[in-house]
Design a protein around this ligand. Structure first.
Ligand code: K7E
Ligand code: CA
Length: 611
């Protein structure tokens, strides 16, 4: 790697200028670490999925600023489907039909980073997915039986809706959402002083009711709230913060040698809600969680501008990646109990701070006591042993210098962001496969122009050593993913919609007129639409409701209206509707867009708009 923007020398220069100590005592050049990686003991899993075979895992990928979620089969890395969430998607009609417009409310772009499943007893229950929208500050819920969005909640009082994590135990009743950008509260320019003074900008840890998709409350803090995690006991949620300085420029945000892992005490939050200890801002209950104002929050100092926080599958440790510090900070959650009771200091919850490499961002787990951390600047995946890191910390600096915790280092291509192992965010982490979500692909694929796709690399982690097995191009820009065992998801996923779940499901074809409003109710059953022609008048407000009556699996129909910019599909037994003004007179063919039958091309009808 010799990229000008990302190389080590450049990074060290920036850090030096910012006065950052880069862990000199324990630091090892990447080459030394790599030399340790012998060739033996590597995983030997088969990753080829032959024609007709199915994958072992459902991968759910966020789509970044494409605003969607993708379903990818693992280990084949075949993209199976895209779920439109905050984006336009003509292929499914998302953003065009009345059903999707009702959820999107006029905002058809998004920025999805963190997709997570709903939980029961520390593992996935196969019911829902949740994903954030960093752009327009929303959370969407996807029902797994249809793999479709069924609710979107707008979150006021925040910007940069970023880290998201569902409650893991006993089941997902709450979902937490962090705001990465601090803002005035309320942010409406009403308070002139706060408006212009960054010291009066705040971060929010928002709690969302998973069932109702409404906001339970927000905990306000001085710091920004970046990545999120929940514990395995239903007691705590947390956020990393990289801007305890309340800076508005890079150098201001790098001024302090440490920032925080902030832990939120759910019992005390419930107490505050019960006792009415909150104020309402834009209709939301806002609890004061600022340092010195509250016993709801605990701040553990972490060097420096930390990023990811991930919980080990045994529920014991929170691992914070140092980003600007070449270390990770391991926090013992059992000690957090004591710190909340005031029996020990917050910093005494830290049980290890091992050296990892330059730019550690996110950590995942193999379920066998090892963690694997993504290292951005070094372009590596570093496998390390948690127990050995804690042991070395106890023994002191001489032992630490030997880096006994490092198990293996894998060169990746290039600049890794998130990293995720199969089932790693559950107590059932199985240590089979790992995905390195690399931000930069450079030379790994045929050159397709200056804009390069990302590179998702598949790594076999079943052995002691990490084995890179596959490069997979990813369109802009997956940040994070989860990989869920097939037996958890597959039995829950339906082949057809429940027809009458949609209140407007059509069983009889009809055209109804009320003044200038026309409602067309129509069935689709390949290769015919239930109506052959519909006559309306120019200026009529037309609502077209279509139900697909084909019960055959995979028999999707499309509905497109020529020159009217209307285009959507309906799966078996599904109903969709669209309302538009018939503003152009003439004959317009309505046709099926989704190949459905040998006579698919004949599946069309006329919309006649009279002058
Ligand atoms: Cu690290 Cu938005 Cu999860 Cu991207 S965040 S990498
Ligand atoms: Ca900072």
């Amino acid at each position: 790697m010799s990229d000008k923007r990302f190389n080590r020398r450049n990074f060290l220069k920036i850090m030096g200028a910012a006065g950052v100590a880069t862990g000199a005592g324990v630091m090892m050049p990447k080459e030394v670490l790599l030399a340790r990686a012998e060739k033996s003991g590597k995983g030997r899993q088969r990753y080829e999925v032959k024609p007709g075979e199915l994958d072992d895992y459902y991968g759910f990928w966020s789509g970044g600023h494409s605003g969607e979620i993708r379903i990818i089969g693992v280990p084949s890395m075949r993209e199976i489907k895209r779920i439109p969430v905050f984006n336009w998607d003509v292929g499914t009609g998302w953003g065009i039909t009345n059903e999707s417009k009702k959820l999107l409310r006029g905002r058809n772009f998004g920025d999805t980073h963190h997709v997570h499943g709903s939980y029961k007893n520390g593992t996935y229950d196969g019911k829902w997915l949740f994903v954030n929208d960093k752009l327009n500050n929303r959370v969407a819920r996807i029902r797994i039986d249809y793999m479709e969005v069924d609710a979107i909640v707008d979150v006021p009082n925040i910007q940069g809706a970023h880290g998201l994590f569902p409650q893991r135990y006993p089941k997902t009743e709450w979902v937490v959402l962090n705001s990465e950008f601090q803002t005035p509260v309320p942010n409406d320019a009403s308070n002139k002083k706060a408006f212009l003074n960054p010291q009066e900008y705040y971060g929010m840890h928002t709690i969302i009711d998973a069932e109702r998709m409404s906001i339970v409350c927000q905990v306000m803090v001085d710091e920004n709230c970046d990545l999120a995690a929940t514990d395995y006991k239903g007691k705590y949620s947390m956020c990393t913060s990289y801007n305890i300085e309340k800076g508005v420029t890079i150098s201001e945000m790098l001024a302090s040698d440490y920032d925080y892992l902030i832990i939120f005490h759910w019992g005390r939050i419930r107490d505050a809600l019960r006792k009415g200890k909150y104020k309402r801002v834009n209709g939301v209950k806002v609890i004061d969680g600022r340092k010195g104002h509250s016993d709801i929050t605990l701040r553990i100092p972490v060097p420096k501008n930390p990023h990811g926080v991930n919980i080990s599958p045994d529920g014991r440790y929170a691992v914070c990646c140092g980003k600007v510090s070449p270390t990770v900070t391991v926090v013992d959650l059992e000690k957090v109990d004591l710190a909340f009771e005031g029996k020990i200091k917050p910093e005494d919850c830290i049980v290890a701070q091992p050296y990892i490499g330059l730019g550690p961002l996110h950590t995942t787990f193999d379920g066998r006591g090892n963690a694997i951390t993504s290292v951005f600047i070094d372009s590596t995946n570093v496998k390390w042993n948690i127990a050995k890191a804690i042991e070395a910390e106890k023994k002191g600096p001489e032992e630490k210098k030997k880096n006994p915790h490092i198990v293996d280092v894998l060169d990746i291509h290039y600049q890794v962001g998130h990293i995720m192992a199969t089932m790693a965010e559950t107590k059932e982490a199985d240590g089979k496969w790992l995905i390195s979500l690399n931000k930069v692909s450079k030379d790994r694929f045929l050159n397709a122009g200056p804009f390069k796709v990302e590179n998702d690399q598949l790594v076999d982690i079943s052995g002691e050593k990490l084995r890179l097995v596959h490069d997979s191009p990813a369109y802009i820009e997956p940040h994070d993913c989860i990989m869920v065992r097939r037996d958890i998801i597959e039995p829950k996923v339906k082949h057809r919609h429940e027809m009458f779940e949609h209140p407007l499901a059509v069983t009889k074809n009809s055209v109804e007129r009320k003044g200038n409003k026309v409602i067309i109710r129509m069935t689709a059953n390949a290769p015919v639409f239930g109506l052959q022609e519909v006559r309306v008048k120019k200026g009529d407000k037309v609502t077209l409701i279509v139900t697909n009556h084909d019960e055959i699996i995979d028999l999707t129909n499309g509905v497109a209206i020529s020159n009217y910019n209307i285009n959507f599909v309906i799966a078996p037994f599904q109903t969709k509707s669209v309302t538009f003004t018939a503003d152009k007179p003439g004959v317009f063919w309505i046709y099926c867009t989704n190949f459905c039958h040998a006579l698919h091309l004949e599946m069309r009808m006329r919309l006649i708009v009279e002058a």
